[in-house]
Design a protein. Structure first.
Length: 398
């Protein structure tokens, strides 16, 4: 048999997608899908109009780092956090995912390490594996509102192979929001250790009380900072596959351009749509925040009174990692899909906790829920989950 690469063999199946096949085998069930971060919020009409008015004679490749007009528009939009930002500091990518993959690849040699605040977005594992890098997790805790660990704790995770630290802000899956003081401390720490700070800010506009600090604001350390943004969440356009890698480190941006050249250009249609998105008035973002605040309250409100269930209140993004009185969240999630039904034939699809930890023996009592449905549906999803817990055979007393 021909041999596959070690990297391919090491690739994890996406923890979030793992249940899809089992779900496809079920018939006649009304599933509340709160496992995947794909909102059902309509994509703003000006973006849909941009699709209709895209009438090129030829759909060409376009430049590797994106169309100049899109890079300029993205720089103008992000200038509210960094007035010095120029088009050459922005590379347009196929989603935030490709931006992360490019960042990891440009920064790491095979065997290098990337620190990540844990629990973390599960696909960082895949990007690291493809880039040949290792993820090293630094744990954050619900009891401390998932605060960024102290410099001493961060130091204990650093080795001579460490090249960067990545974190999401607002955070998936914890819903934590990090303000200026915390982000600045992390950046200063990273700079002192010669590391890159990769700030994944795809949820930057989704916060409920105080806004997150963007790493773009950190002028003095900008050579160390890489920011990831995306059309997927704030603009409800997951399928557009458009994101941005932003950095004022010109050497890094040159290499990102080369990575982009290897796959030719990002989609021109998506870039036209992004122009419409980046031109939306400020009121749009207020509405986005209100929508998700309502949804998150509906989701967490229904569950917070349920005995044995711990429900963190997210300060941003649209997820909650809840703790349940169960033996094993992978088993629980499968049981929900295959065995549990309410009298009305309903069940819930959840994302099991272990996928959000580097060590899969962690998170066994947790599931991540995503507030991607309207508030009444989320309330019902919470009720269905509470009903399921009462009859789950692997319920633990604690
Ligand atoms: C924290 C985080 N970063 C990046 C992504 C990737 O987003 P996309 O590739 O759709 O832009 C996601 C998607 O869920 C995410 O939650």
């Amino acid at each position: 048999m021909p041999r596959l690469s070690q990297r391919a063999l090491a690739l994890q199946e996406s923890a979030i997608r793992k249940l899809d096949q089992r779900v496809a085998q079920q018939t006649g069930v009304r599933f509340f899908r709160v496992n995947i971060g794909q909102p059902d919020v309509p994509t703003p009409p000006p973006m849909l109009d941009a699709i209709l008015s895209f009438q090129p004679e030829v759909i060409g490749y376009g430049p590797a780092s994106g169309l100049p007009v899109t890079r300029k528009a993205a720089a103008r939009y992000h200038a509210q956090w960094c007035p010095e930002l120029r088009a050459e500091h922005v590379a347009v990518t196929t989603g935030g995912s490709e931006a992360l993959l490019f960042a990891f690849t440009a920064i790491c040699d095979p065997g290098d390490e990337i620190l990540v605040l844990e629990p973390y977005y599960t696909n960082y594992n895949g990007f690291a594996t493809v880039a040949g890098a290792q993820i090293r997790a630094v744990r954050t805790h619900l009891a401390q509102d998932f605060a960024i660990p102290s410099n001493e704790v961060l130091d204990a995770a650093v080795t001579e192979r460490t090249r960067a630290i990545v974190f999401s802000n607002p955070a998936n899956p914890t819903g934590a929001v990090y303000g200026r003081a915390e982000v600045e401390r992390l950046a200063t720490w990273a700079v002192q250790r010669g590391l890159f700070l990769i700030a994944d800010e795809v949820y930057r506009r989704i916060w409920f009380h105080t806004p997150p600090a963007s790493a773009l604001e950190l002028d003095e350390v900008c050579e160390h900072v890489v920011v990831i943004d995306s059309m997927s969440k704030t603009w409800s356009a997951c399928g557009l596959r458009l994101g941005f890698l932003i950095s004022r480190n010109t050497e890094l941006m040159e290499k990102v351009e080369r990575l982009g050249q290897a796959r030719l250009g990002p989609q021109p249609l998506a870039q036209e749509v992004a122009l419409a998105a980046l031109d939306l008035p400020e009121a749009y973002y207020t509405q986005v925040r209100q929508t998700y605040q309502r949804r998150v309250e509906a989701l967490t409100g229904t569950l917070s009174g349920v005995p044995g269930v711990t429900v963190p209140q997210p300060a941003g993004a649209f997820y909650s990692m809840i703790e349940l009185p169960i033996d094993d969240s992978e088993r629980f999630a499968r049981w929900l899909v295959e065995d549990f039904r309410t009298a009305q034939g309903e069940s819930v699809i959840v994302a099991p906790g272990p996928g959000f930890y580097a060590d899969p023996s962690q998170g066994r009592h947790e599931v991540r829920l995503a507030a991607v449905l309207g508030a009444p549906l989320l309330e019902r999803a919470g009720e269905v989950l509470a009903e399921a817990l009462q009859v789950y055979p692997g319920r633990s007393s604690g």
